[in-house]
Design a binder for this molecule. Structure first.
Ligand SMILES: Cc1cc2nc3c(=O)[nH]c(=O)nc-3n(C[C@H](O)[C@H](O)[C@H](O)COP(=O)(O)OP(=O)(O)OC[C@H]3O[C@@H](n4cnc5c(N)ncnc54)[C@H](O)[C@@H]3O)c2cc1C
Length: 285
């Protein structure tokens, strides 16, 4: 069992991972090794003390280098569910279960609102993981809501299995995809009975499907960890980055505005220190 599972490889997650590593805690760190798309996309950053004017791509590269120097290697998996087990947490990432005494949510703010019906049909036709659940749709019709572009190869993988894939991409410049992939407009709703049966598009049309894959960079906190106290899209934390669940902490954009690098890095650091105290207190109990 790990001391801590960190979800998210943005500045908040990295900051916490560095401090926990320096304190010799065992950490499993989930997220893309490319770190933060948000940082990567920033044209110029002028408010990060000590580095002067810097492009987001350069700063993100420095984050990657710093992680590598510290021997911190992210596990490139999407966490789709976290279960509170009273004295520890079970974390589901790409269909594999991990266990940790504490969890730090550093997932960034989830900009893409889920589609109505998504949470309701999760596990009953809605999936967040192509490699885990794709085989269930061999020869069937499915819909995919894809964005960012880095998940396009998963659309291609699903197209190898399914008879037909309806794909809504949330980005421009969609690359070449197999012939059985038909691009569609925004999905308004996922509908069905006991299981997913169709999707309704914004233009009012319905398409019959057996499943829907939502391939995104993040899962809404309410879906990720039921029972977590939220204020709108944000996770409620105190000044020590504690959430309402014992052993669960949150840092960065996911805890609220301002959405800023230094706030994220600072909160990641505070969370790491609170986690260190929490771990030593639970040891003495
Ligand atoms: C265009 C742009 C310009 C900006 N310019 C500035 C600026 O000049 N100055 C400034 O201070 N701030 C700026 N910001 C804001 C800054 O980028 C954010 O505040 C900061 O990146 C937040 O860090 P974070 O670690 O909280 O989240 P993020 O950077 O969003 O990182 C979260 C990471 O967690 C991963 N993740 C989420 N859910 C999961 C999951 N379930 N499983 C695995 N991984 C997951 C995501 O993929 C992502 O990599 C800018 C943002 C944008 C978009």
């Amino acid at each position: 069992m790990f001391d801590t599972a960190i979800i998210g490889t943005g500045p908040a997650g990295l900051s916490a991972a560095i401090t926990l590593k320096l304190h010799e805690k065992s950490v499993i760190w989930f997220g893309s090794p490319q770190m933060s798309l948000k940082v990567e996309k920033s044209e110029k950053i002028a408010n990060y003390p000590g580095v002067g004017l810097i492009s987001g791509a350069e700063l993100n590269k420095r984050f990657q280098d710093h992680a590598a120097e510290m021997g911190l290697e992210p596990v490139d998996k999407m966490v789709t569910a976290i279960m509170f087990m009273n004295d520890h947490y079970s974390i589901l990432a790409d269909n594999e279960l991990y266990e940790a005494k504490t969890v730090l949510l550093a997932t960034g703010v989830v900009s893409a609102k889920g589609v109505p019906g998504e949470t309701e049909y999760l596990g009953r036709g809605v999936s967040y993981c192509a490699t885990c659940d794709g085989f269930l749709y061999k020869g069937k019709k499915i819909a995919v809501i894809c964005g960012p572009q880095r998940y396009e190869h998963e659309v291609a993988y699903l197209a190898e299995l399914a008879e037909k894939v309806y794909c809504f991409a949330t980005y421009k410049d969609v690359g070449p995809l197999p012939e059985n992939v038909e691009m569609i407009g925004p999905v308004r709703e996922i509908t069905g009975g006991m299981k997913v049966a169709s999707i309704k598009l914004n233009d009012g049309s319905d398409l019959a499907v057996d499943g829907v894959f939502c391939l995104r960079n993040a899962v809404a906190p309410s879906t990720l960890l039921p029972g977590l106290e939220l204020n709108g899209p944000h996770i409620v934390v105190d000044r020590e980055q504690k959430t309402n669940l014992a052993g669960c902490f949150a840092a960065g954009d996911c805890t609220g505005r301002p959405y800023q690098l230094t706030k994220s890095v600072g909160e990641g650091n505070v969370a790491a220190h609170t986690i260190i105290d929490y771990l030593s207190e639970s040891q003495t109990k």
